[in-house]
Design a protein around this ligand. Structure first.
Ligand code: NAP
Ligand code: MG
Length: 488
């Protein structure tokens, strides 16, 4: 059920309290589907980021959090998951209003995944341990060597606007489970659910300073967080361009980073694919969240014998999509996030046409209120700009191939390496393709969001390091080696 919009507090959340920016700065946010103003939030500066980082440092070094057992941290995370579940409708309403995506997508998939992520990592909180080693004596003395798994300290989390609540949980849950403290800088375009979760963090009983949120722009608040000397790690999800910049700054400072960046992921549809079953999912992989998905399968590589059928099938689905009010029950696609994003997407459509791609369906803005565009399908080749650059909109390009070798070559012919989808009934093809695709993950005959138990990572220009899974958990720790050598 859709609830009334319930806004969270609109200030920074620092040391367990809501605080305005030190210089009083604010910014307005709108509902992209209607253009209506939603809220006025605090525009954080380096001063606010510094206050948040100090609070996080203090909580890490001295507060009750620093003495808390893993079991107790797990209990707090579990409580947070319960509160997310209790407020599922409120969070889905907030997210649909802030992002413009269909309410049902948030309610059915994203918010439950947020609760699942907190629960998954709650279970790890008392199970992260070091290792002991049986080594020969050292300089004639008995030795005992072991490792300690310890939290890093203060983690700076910078999140994008496309799936803001889920990605917040991806960063908070593992960092907190192992005992770090966190300062979050959400995207200006979608900060509301992060502020709401901060209120739930307080309600769950996390000690002050363990989770802090500073809203504001990437260039001011984000940059200050990345550069702050007391931040031990930056966990960033966003564009490859900003990721490269953060990696450069972190490189100078030798700060740890995890970077989850853009993608231009292939879907490979072999000649033997069961198209009836596949087509709705192929379409979802392109159009879900209005195509504003890092894992969007926007390069649709199709065996030449099936190009006509796939183009027709996707056109039918695109033309029957219900694009409009995110809160209408029948809506399957909502609004793009902003007018800039609308211009970007329409610009790519023009570029596709100018470069000679064949437009199968879509390509136009719908209406003049909100930022709605038609789901769009092209047929073209892999050298087109629309096949090389991440559009982050509901635009897919069908690219024909003649055999598996060509399909694999095209799939890997991209600077990105986030995910891939393979549509086939042939087990030996599955083995071959999955081994050779240069991506962090592969879906076979399906597509969906990452599961918190599974590592999620981008290869090449799609990122550095892992998020989620055990690898993502341990990326929030150091493993310290201890050598005890007996004297006597
Ligand atoms: P973005 O422009 O890179 O922004 C991401 C975050 O970084 C925002 O909070 C932004 O703040 C902040 N930021 C911008 N400049 C910064 C700087 N100089 N220093 C520190 N922070 C800075 O990306 P977006 O447009 O929000 O999100 C879309 C992108 O995210 C796409 O490329 C998508 O593929 C990628 N993504 C990847 C994954 C994954 O798991 N690999 C998942 C989701 C999305 P402001 O926007 O408030 O200025
Ligand atoms: Mg918004």
């Amino acid at each position: 059920m859709i609830t009334e919009l319930q806004l969270p507090p609109t200030q920074h959340y620092i040391e367990g309290a809501w605080r305005a920016s030190a210089d009083g700065g604010v910014f307005d946010v709108e509902n992209p589907a209607t253009g209506a103003p939603l809220a006025t939030l605090s525009a954080g500066t380096a001063t606010d980021v510094d206050a948040a980082v100090r609070a996080a440092r203090d909580a890490f070094e001295r507060g009750p959090w620093s003495q808390m057992s893993g079991a107790d941290r797990g209990r707090l995370l579990w409580r947070l998951a319960d509160l997310v579940e209790r407020d599922r409708e409120i969070l889905a309403t907030l997210e649909a209003s802030d992002v413009g995506r269909p309410y049902v997508e948030s309610f059915m998939f994203e918010i439950p995944l947020v609760a699942d992520t907190f629960r998954h990592f709650a279970g790890w909180a008392d199970k992260v341990t070091g290792t002991t080693f049986g080594l020969p004596p050292f300089a004639g003395q008995e030795r005992f060597s072991y490792t300690l798994r310890q939290p890093l300290g203060v983690v700076g989390a910078i999140t994008p606007w496309n799936a803001p609540t889920m990605i917040l949980a991806w960063k908070l849950a593992p960092a907190l489970a192992v005992g770090n403290t966190v300062v979050v800088k959400p995207a200006e375009l979608a900060s509301l659910t992060t502020l709401y979760i901060a209120a739930l963090v307080a309600e769950a009983g996390f000690p002050p300073g363990v989770v802090n949120v500073v809203t504001g722009s990437g260039q001011v608040a984000g940059e200050a967080l990345v550069r702050h000397a007391e931040v031990d790690k930056i966990s960033f999800t966003g564009s490859t361009a900003v990721g490269r910049h953060i990696a450069a700054v972190a490189g100078e400072q030798l700060k740890k980073v995890t970077l989850e960046l853009g993608g231009k992921s292939p879907q490979i549809i072999r000649g033997d694919a069961d198209l009836n079953a596949a087509l709705p999912v192929i379409a979802t992989a392109v159009f879900a969240n209005q195509g504003q998905t890092c894992a969007s399968g926007s390069r649709i590589l199709v065996h030449r014998s099936r190009v006509g059928a796939v183009a027709q099938g996707l056109a039918d689905i695109a033309q029957s999509a219900v694009v409009g009010d995110p809160f209408d029950e029948g809506t399957t696609m909502g609004s793009l996030i902003s007018s800039a994003q609308l211009d970007r997407v329409l610009g790519y459509v023009e570029r596709g046409l100018a470069e000679g791609a064949h437009l199968v369906t879509g390509g136009r803005r719908i209406g003049t209120t909100g930022y709605f565009v038609e789901p769009t399908v092209f047929v073209g080749d892999n050298d087109l700009t629309i096949a090389r650059e991440e559009i982050f909109g509901p635009v897919g390009t069908i690219i024909p191939f003649d055999d598996d070798e060509e399909a694999l070559r095209l799939a890997n012919d991209t600077e990105y390496g986030l995910t891939a989808v393979l549509w086939t009934g042939d087990a030996s093809a599955v083995t071959r393709f999955t081994r050779q695709l240069k991506t962090g993950s592969v879906w076979v005959n399906a597509w969906g969001p990452p599961h918190p138990a599974l590592p999620w990572s981008g290869q090449r220009a799609s990122g550095i390091g892992e998020e989620l899974g055990m690898a993502g958990l341990l990326a929030n720790t150091i493993e310290k080696t201890v050598n005890l050598v007996s004297r006597g």
